[in-house]
Design a protein around this ligand. Structure first.
Ligand code: PRX
Length: 569
């Protein structure tokens, strides 16, 4: 018997679709009470799943812990109460700056339950990346670990709004004045907690995403996003009772919250988390050990699995897998074909963004997959491609245009924090522009072409050139710089920097390495240029703007395009 045979078709799901369907299943409305923290824990307990495992967690050394939905409920209450005891107020931003440890997941729910806004950031961020985002958000509290607190200490005096530095795994005696220890296991368990009476439009999560110009933008989401995240997780990831679900994304990235916390838990599904980096052998062993049924991954990881061949997959018992999905970058047709060979199942591509909050264009289980295509819009999402000059929908199938969505779906970003202009700039003719190009074929399938700006997509993570160039400029040898994407077989794109040097410096291998490390420490390993080319000058427009597209085209072996506005060298 195949579960796939009984699934509704795409057309059946689209016919008469209304988000009210999801509202009814969740018992919420846009105007009424809705709190993601409560929905992901208390409600599941009320439905009789209190003792079901919610989180099966394992660290890099293989040590593990299991938390039931009742544990999630009580421990998130405990963190919520702890934050209240520090006078953290509803609406304030509380940053989660941790590896993928249980406190990160439970803390996320706790912050939402007491009405504050969760701001998850990658623990790999160096102090500059951290500072930019905490400063922009006016963050008042940060929850972190002993191993990362030194980065907070370096910037704290430049963060006047930051009142609380909370460390989950340190004894008070080892902390500095103004820091607070929060050992979750040692705190009195809070059985009953009055959840903040949030309604649909109450802010919930602030996720930072990189853009071409200026600093990263804080995409502000609201509790009503649950309505999209719940249903897309159920339909696209095909979550069903009894599933063991694995999303290998970090909650510093929107995938790790929308589908690494909210989607599965609002559906009452057990999820596994592995707090360790990529390793093919280890990952297969993890799937086999926990009998994972649904796996949500990314092309960059799939390419690494492919590199290690089908043989390695065949050495493990991966027969528990039922459904595979991918997000973050274009999923190459080869990857879909390979996964059928390796696992007997295709990866299903899903397209979305930090700003969309949920999957918007996708291949459903049961829907015929065209390898290399992103699939079709999720019901309730009106998607098209627009002519880049008129911003009117392209009418000829196969013509490339700008991917655009009609605003109004529940998890759409409500604003960019402190940056209303940046938000307004994303709309044309009543459409939200994703910043990507695609074509649509006669069957309504979307085919991704590329991003239409300078943002670098490295292994599914967007890195803005601005931040990298700013860090480069702080190095004493660097006069000017431009960061562009360079093709890479595993990460799709990596950062390459072009640098002009100040007088007296020589661009040799030692200096290249020194500058690379300098950026890695300040920003993150992802933002570190994999190559630095020292050049005499950078291509610029007559108005003095660096034209990254010229440098990028050379890296990709593509035509440089119109150079009429370029300054002569
Ligand atoms: O360029 C698209 C690419 O990732 C961008 C969104 O990145 P971010 O906000 O970090 O969120 C990623 C995960 C939700 C998109 O504008 N992208 C994402 N998924 C796909 C994709 N490109 C091609 N195919 C996809 N499936």
């Amino acid at each position: 018997m195949s579960a796939v045979m009984t699934l509704p078709t795409y057309e059946e799901r689209v016919a008469g679709f209304d988000w009210a369907l999801s509202e009814e299943e969740l018992g919420v409305s846009r105007e009424g009470r809705v709190n993601i923290g409560w929905h992901c824990s208390d409600r599941i307990c009320d439905q009789g799943r209190a003792q079901a495992p919610a989180l099966i967690w394992e660290d890099f050394a293989g040590a593990g812990r299991v938390y039931t939905f009742n544990d999630l409920r009580v421990l998130s209450n405990t963190i919520a109460r702890f934050l209240q005891s520090l006078d953290v107020a509803p609406g304030e931003r509380v940053c989660l700056f941790m590896d993928r440890i249980p406190e990160l997941y439970i803390g996320f729910l706790g912050i939402l339950k007491m009405g504050a806004i969760a701001q998850p950031l990658f623990s790999a961020f160096g102090e500059d990346s951290l500072w930019t985002r905490l400063e922009n958000a006016g963050t008042t509290a940060i929850i972190t670990q002993k191993k990362h607190v030194h980065k907070v200490r370096k910037i704290r005096d430049r963060l006047p709004a930051l009142k609380h530095v909370i460390v989950v795994d340190a004894a008070s005696a080892t902390l500095q004045p103004g820091e607070t220890a929060m050992a979750l296991d040692a705190l009195p368990r809070v059985e009953r907690f009055a959840v903040y009476p949030s309604t649909g439009e109450t802010p919930s999560v602030l996720h930072y995403t990189s853009g071409t110009t200026g600093q990263p933008k804080g995409a502000q989401h609201v509790h009503y996003s649950l309505v999209s995240q719940y249903l897309t997780a159920k339909w696209v990831l095909d979550l069903q009772p009894g599933d063991i679900y694995w999303c290998n994304a970090d909650p510093g990235w929107v995938t790790g919250t929308s589908y690494g916390i909210i989607g599965p838990w609002s559906n009452g599904i057990t999820q596994v988390v592995l707090d360790s980096g990529f390793n093919t052998e280890r990952w297969y062993a993890f799937v086999a050990k926990h009998r994972v049924t649904v796996w949500y991954s990314a092309p960059t990881a799939i390419r690494l699995l492919m590199r290690d061949g089908t043989e390695m997959a065949k050495r493990h018992d991966l027969s528990s897998l039922r459904h595979l999905a991918s997000v973050g970058e274009p999923l190459n047709a080869e990857a879909v074909i390979w996964s059928k060979e390796a696992f007997g199942l295709p990866f299903h591509d899903t397209f979305w963004q930090t700003e969309t909050g949920c999957i918007v264009i996708t291949n459903f289980p049961g829907m015929p997959i065209k390898p290399g295509s992103m699939g079709k819009p999720f019901p309730g999402i009106k998607a098209t491609v627009l002519d880049p000059r008129t911003f009117e929908p392209v009418t000829t199938p196969g013509s490339v245009g700008l991917i655009a969505l009609r605003p109004g779906w529940p998890s759409m970003v409500r604003s960019y924090w402190n940056n209303p202009g940046g938000y307004a700039n994303k709309f044309r003719n009543g459409w939200y522009l994703c910043g990507d190009r695609a074509s649509v074929d006669t069957d309504g399938y979307f085919w991704f072409v590329g991003r239409d700006d300078d943002v670098i997509n490295t292994g599914g993570h967007l890195v803005g050139p601005f931040e990298i160039e700013s860090a480069l400029l702080e190095h004493p040898a660097v006069a000017e710089s431009a960061a562009v994407a360079k093709p890479d077989p595993v990460n799709m794109e990596v950062v390459k920097a072009f640098v002009t040097l100040k007088p007296g410096y020589r661009g040799d291998a030692d200096l290249e390495l020194e500058i690379m490390n300098y950026v890695r420490k300040r920003l993150s390993p992802l933002a570190m240029p994999q190559e630095i080319e020292f050049v005499a000058s950078l291509p610029k427009t007559r108005s003095g703007k660096i034209v990254r597209r010229v440098l990028r085209a050379k890296e990709w072996g593509e035509p440089v395009g119109d150079t009429s506005t370029l300054m002569d060298e």
